[in-house]
Design a protein around this ligand. Structure first.
Ligand code: SAH
Length: 363
């Protein structure tokens, strides 16, 4: 038996095992990894794919992450905040389609006008989406950055039960090389812990292909996910945006996109092997690099997809990276396209279900 096949037979993985799996380059070994990850997915979570309708409701941001297209210092972005009514319309549409959940994502703001807006919107979504088909209303995921404990608690009490906050990289040094000094690794970890203590299902993730990132960093990222006990993962390739300080990596990235894409698939598969029953998203950034990137993500062990609900007029202003796909499509087109993509890989979309790995007690 080759060494990859013998690692794939294990139930627990060492850091060395993970580095070896992430370093796979031969197509046969990659296929062995894919099949093993798919088997773990089917055993622990079954064939269902869960839809989470994604509303990028504001691009106003007080953070200045060196890699991100909507960073505060990018003066070329037209800033917006979608009205509460438009978000509610999106939520009702989601519920009517049988999507069990919605994700509200935005740039980062800590002022009370903004956090109160979110609390109020979450409460209203819950009230208007409860039905016979969906007694608990839409499952609500928030992805609105670092906030205080009190604010997180308010969001939870209003009815949100999942929170996504990517660690971006679990390496402290690498973290400080991609963020300004005001944003710290320790503060990000503290937020993840606080979210867990409050009772949220917590999602995190990393970017793959960051300048200076090694297979060892990525292996440690997976161990980090395991150690903090995450429920969900969203990760994908880092893609240069021209209007950011990281545009200096544009030329370097040209020749590396294929390997970033492959590394992203390997990260999904190995994370599935190590963490087994969590939810893993096939992210839009995968599709930005390859037209069938999200289907590939599903084949390598992902089980969540986030169809776009952001009104078309705002999508072009929410460019975190270049080449973001589907920015001209409306929600209806996006839904049809995604359902076909999911069927094409032999899986099916779950209807009217939250699809969490474990129940969260919500009133
Ligand atoms: N402000 C919120 C959410 C918006 S950004 C937050 O901090 O959680 C959502 C994710 O997009 C980030 O966590 C980051 O991992 C990803 N992202 C940002 N810029 C990117 C880029 N250039 N390439 C790939 N992913 C990027």
């Amino acid at each position: 038996m080759n060494s990859i096949a013998s690692i794939l037979k294990k139930d627990e993985f060492t850091s060395e095992d993970i580095v070896k799996l992430l370093s796979i380059s031969e197509p046969e070994s990659l296929e062995e990894l894919r099949i093993a990850a798919e088997k773990v997915l089917l055993k622990y979570r079954g064939p269902s794919v869960y839809f989470r309708g994604l509303v990028e409701f504001s691009n106003i941001c007080t953070s200045d992450c060196y890699y991100c297209g909507i960073r505060k210092s990018n003066s070329q972005v037209k800033r917006y905040l979608i009205s509460k009514e438009q978000i509610i319309d999106g939520a009702l549409w989601c519920a009517q389609q049988g999507y069990g959940s919605i994700v509200l994502q935005s740039g980062e703001r800590q002022d009370s006008a903004f956090t109160d807006f979110i609390t109020d919107t979450v409460r209203t979504i819950k009230n208007v989406t409860r039905s016979e088909n969906l007694p608990g209303g839409l499952g609500i995921t928030l992805c609105v950055g670092e906030q205080t404990r009190q604010t997180y608690q308010k969001f939870f009490d209003a009815g949100a039960h999942r929170y996504l906050l990517r660690i971006e990289t679990s390496d402290k040094e690498l973290f400080s090389s991609i963020h300004p000094p005001a944003q710290t690794f320790d503060s990000r970890v503290k937020c993840l812990q606080t979210l867990k203590e409050i009772g949220f299902l917590v999602g995190t993730g990393v970017m793959i292909g960051l300048p200076g990132q090694t297979p060892e960093h990525l292996a440690n990222d997976i161990l980090f996910f395991k150690n903090i006990g995450v429920d969900m993962i969203g990760m994908g390739p880092f893609i240069v945006h021209e209007q950011t300080p990281f545009s200096i990596y544009k030329d370097e990235q040209e020749g590396q996109l294929e390997s970033h894409f492959l590394n992203s698939l390997k990260m999904i598969a190995v994370t599935r092997m190590v963490l087994k029953d969590i939810n893993i998203a096939a992210t839009t950034a995968l599709q930005a690099l390859k037209h069938d990137g999200r289907e590939m993500g599903l084949k390598f062990g992902a089980n969540v997809v986030m169809p776009q609900l952001t009104p078309t007029e705002f999508k072009k202003q929410y460019m975190l990276y270049e080449g973001k796909p589907c920015i001209d499509e409306n929600a209806e087109q996006c839904k049809g396209c995604l359902s076909r993509r999911i069927q094409s890989v032999g899986r099916s979309v779950a209807i009217n279900l939250w699809g969490d790995r474990r129940a969260v007690h919500k009133v």
